[in-house]
Design a protein around this ligand. Structure first.
Ligand SMILES: Cc1ncc(COP(=O)(O)O)c(C=O)c1O
Length: 394
């Protein structure tokens, strides 16, 4: 038997907590700092200063980065104040006026706001591509293309992208492929091992896991990309609080225990919802009815708890009655915490290349850790309220 730590679950428990003399706490504590003190002139003027100033992080940050590196199978990890900032600052780091960036049409919608306004203002052109384009992405790559952004599965509409095929073309063309891998939490799918240059997580979601902090992680094995990203984060003054890093690191310790429960509950709800007469389609990549199920099976080792369903056309007051009847499902943005969530969302507003053609309301579900029977019961009662609110007059 090898004594090397190799399995992700072991690494999630064992990494990022170095031994400290003469004894130490199990969890790495939140070391808060602006000023870092150097005991001697020699230490202050040394070229090798692992800690410099609070904005660049403390030992708390370094410990968490080590754990994310293990999760991502990455050499270099950078932290950003949110998942959105991790995506936007990476795009800025790798682009310049005149650049062209390719962004999947199902990207998390605030990324589109950033591309359409700030990037546009900086003279950087965004082209939205069909998430199902696969290796045909090649036809869209121009000499001035600096980044390809993928998000798989899309966190509203759940298309699975052929990341290995896109990564292959991107590598041939020397364009970094950046994957927003928040859905799989780099537990059920690892973009770097599939050939992507950069994996990004909103650690706000499953990594932190308790809906109580915001954080983004950027992981790569490419030294020159890491230098560019690190420099941009420093120049922009990006900073992450030690307390948030502490919370995210604590959450990461139980990721391997939580995700399979989210998966089981998500699948149970998705299957139950598939039988409901009020529903047109359930969008869950692990269901055989999902158009990308074969791709999901090929590339992923599991599913998280986030999925969607489309109601058959109905009145708005029915959707309101459904939502107002829920007890355990909360209504609010974000996901990946211990709790169940359900919101109506309008994906048609965030599309430009592949129009969203479904005419029923899309509901996004996050299956939490509550008893799944209680969750089913909650939805059952919500459908009763939904049906009772149907306008029978018109
Ligand atoms: C897929 C995806 N990426 C990125 C983000 C942004 O993360 P944050 O809220 O940490 O900025 C979100 C947030 O909902 C998301 O769903």
């Amino acid at each position: 038997m090898s004594n090397k730590i190799s399995k992700t679950d072991t690494q999630l428990a064992a990494t990022g907590r170095p031994k400290r003399r003469p004894a130490h706490t199990v969890s790495y504590p939140p070391e808060r700092a602006s000023t870092i003190l150097f005991p001697t002139y020699e230490d202050f003027t040394s070229g090798d200063r692992p800690l410099l100033y609070g904005r660049f992080g403390t030992t708390t940050h370094r410990a968490f980065e080590q754990s994310i590196a293990a999760l991502e199978e990455a050499t270099y990890v950078h932290l950003a104040p949110s998942g959105l900032a991790a995506i936007t600052l990476t795009i800025i780091a790798l682009s310049a006026p005149g650049s062209h960036v390719l962004v999947t049409d199902n990207a998390y919608d605030p990324v589109r706001g950033f591309c359409d306004r700030l990037l546009n203002q900086l003279g950087i052109d965004t082209e939205y591509y069909n998430p199902r384009t696969g290796k045909n992405i090649e036809q869209l790559i121009r000499p001035e293309t600096t980044v390809i952004l993928a998000e798989s599965p899309g966190s509203l509409t759940f298309e699975v992208q052929d990341i290995p095929a896109i990564a292959k073309v991107a590598a041939q063309k020397s364009v970094p492929l950046l994957v927003d891998n928040t859905w799989a939490a780099s537990y059920f799918f690892k973009p770097l091992t599939a050939g992507a240059a950069i994996s990004i997580l909103s650690a706000t979601k499953y990594i932190a896991g308790h809906a109580d902090c915001l954080l983004g992680t950027i992981a790569t094995n490419d030294a020159s990309l890491s230098v560019k990203i690190g420099r941009t984060l420093r120049q922009i003054g990006s900073n992450v609080s030690s307390d948030d890093v502490f919370l995210a690191h604590r959450g990461l310790r139980t990721l391997a225990a939580r995700l399979p429960v989210h998966e089981r509950h998500g699948l149970a709800l998705a299957k139950w919802l598939s039988e409901r007469p009020e529903i047109a389609t359930v969008l869950h990549p692990a269901l055989t009815s999902h158009p990308d199920n074969a791709l999901w099976k090929r590339d992923f080792t599991g599913a998280s708890g986030l999925f969607g369903f489309i109601l058959k056309p109905c009145d708005e007051q029915q959707v309101a009655a459904f939502c107002n009847s829920m007890t355990y499902f909360g209504m609010g943005y974000s996901w990946g915490g211990f709790e169940s969530l359900l919101i109506p969302t309008p994906p048609q507003k965030y599309r430009s290349t592949v129009p969203w053609t479904h005419n029923g309301t899309l509901m996004r579900v996050h299956a939490g850790l509550e008893d799944v029977g209680d969750l089913v019961n909650d939805l059952d009662l919500a459908f009763a309220a939904f049906n009772a609110a149907k306008d029978t007059k018109g």
